[in-house]
Design a protein around this ligand. Structure first.
Ligand SMILES: C[S@@+](CC[C@H](N)C(=O)[O-])C[C@H]1O[C@@H](n2cnc3c(N)ncnc32)[C@H](O)[C@@H]1O
Length: 410
């Protein structure tokens, strides 16, 4: 007699334990090391050859296999099971779908934690000519991008930001967003946003001026941002509010959550500061607030499972272009420069090794994760892991994970 996992299930081995990924229910079942070894051995051996029929182990193993069968995960058969298809790792070409354009390094705020170290005196870092931004928007669209975000610094300080929105709108970007501190939004901006279907993202650090302005270091910024939020909502312009938590505002989390609810955004959740740029300062770190830790339950589906063997689902398909023309895989990954649009075409940069390597960073390359049975169901923030690692390694294990795949313990 033989035993096989169902066609919609996959066994993933970790250093100690294993996991059965069930594409039908989406569940990821954790199994201990002997169960993992046994299921693995079942693939090539009749059950009679795996253990002594008279031993008590037999009962225990058969109980386990029966339980798997009851759960729809495995089945007994008379002939050797068909070999489980090896996880083919096709060189799936990743298509560009989203880009951030950091139009300017200048900002009217000088936020304590700014990853791009933007501020009033940074305009000298704006090296991309207006024509190049325009041609880049065209090039990115031709390469497949559907979504674009104008960011900075403060994007509304870039004199011709409207031109760029108009171009993106004209050539058919599906989603156009401006990430702004909103302090410069006036009634003309509101009319323009409506006309060109612009989505707005902005940031609130507290529900009071004292704490919010102590983060932005821009006097009256809280009042200006809240006034703009009201205008945006009154005009029914789609709005996203981010809140980044650090030491000075961590007590504000409950108030911020209440504000989200009052504004009709109950699903928003404050994020924590990334240790990048001015944010790379342990004095700024919150002492109690953390991102939710990585922990079970994990969920899976066949597409995500296959994709996670090949590329990083968070990074793949995205680029950020800084005001100096550098292309980086994410706004937080400042030191992963993959080319510069002032010297190279975007098409070349998209095909070049550095960007492809970032996009194809899989958990099979990440310290600790590569030995974890949850590696094809779990996700993390690479720049966060990198920023938190003492050696600033791109393949550092995520800090928000307390699982030790070598002992199998959380
Ligand atoms: C860099 S700002 C640019 C847009 C605009 N000037 C603003 O202040 O919203 C975009 C977002 O990045 C967030 N941000 C800046 N530095 C960060 C860091 N070190 N970690 C996490 N988020 C950060 C800001 O709080 C803001 O929500």
């Amino acid at each position: 007699m033989y035993y096989s996992l169902q066609e919609h299930c996959r066994l993933v081995k970790g250093a100690t334990r294993g996991a059965i990924y069930d594409f039908k229910t989406g569940k990821v079942h954790s199994i201990n090391s002997s169960a993992t070894q046994m299921l693995s051995a079942c693939q090539d051996n009749a059950l009679e050859n795996l253990w002594d029929r008279s031993s008590t182990e037999n009962i225990q193993y058969m109980d386990f296999l029966n339980k798997l069968q009851e759960k729809g995960l495995g089945f007994f058969l008379d002939t050797p099971p068909a070999p489980i298809p090896e996880m083919i790792q096709p060189d799936i070409p990743v298509k560009l779908d989203f880009l951030w354009l950091e139009l300017t390094a200048a900002c009217n705020s000088k936020c304590l934690h700014c990853y791009s170290e933007s501020g009033p005196s940074r305009k000298s870092l704006d090296l991309v000519p207006h024509q190049r931004w325009l041609s880049l928007i065209d090039e990115a669209k031709a390469a497949g991008a559907t979504d674009i975000q104008l960011i900075g610094g403060e994007p509304l300080l870039y004199p011709k930001w409207r031109d760029l929105v108009i171009r993106a709108h004209q050539i058919g970007y599906e989603y156009i967003e401006i990430f702004t501190n909103a302090t410069l939004i006036d009634d003309d901006c509101i009319t323009f946003f409506k006309q060109y279907n612009v989505n707005i993202a902005t940031t609130i650090y507290a529900t009071n001026a004292a704490i919010h302005d102590s983060v932005t270091l821009q006097p009256n910024s809280f009042t200006k941002t809240m006034t703009a939020i009201e205008k945006i909502l009154n005009a029914a312009i789609p709005l996203r509010i981010a809140s980044i938590i650090m030491k000075v505002n961590e007590q504000e989390v409950p108030n911020i959550l209440k504000l989200y609810e009052d504004l009709g955004m109950p699903d928003a959740y404050p994020d924590v500061i990334r240790p990048t740029g001015r944010g790379d300062d342990h004095h700024l770190l919150p002492t109690t607030y953390t991102k939710p830790p990585i922990k079970p339950p994990f969920y899976t589906d066949e597409t995500a499972f296959t994709a996670s063997h090949t590329y990083c689902q968070c990074l793949a398909g995205k680029i950020a272009v800084t005001s100096t023309g550098d292309v980086i895989p994410c706004i937080f990954a400042r030191d992963q420069v993959c080319g510069n649009i002032l010297t190279h075409s975007l098409t070349d940069i998209l095909m070049d090794h550095p960007l492809q390597q970032c996009w194809h960073t899989t958990k099979d390359q990440i310290n600790k994760c590569k030995d974890c049975e949850y590696r094809y169901a779990c996700s993390d923030c690479r720049p966060l892991a990198q920023g938190c690692s003492p050696e600033k390694s791109w393949i550092a294990s995520p800090t928000a994970c307390s699982y030790d795949p070598y002992t199998g313990k959380w």
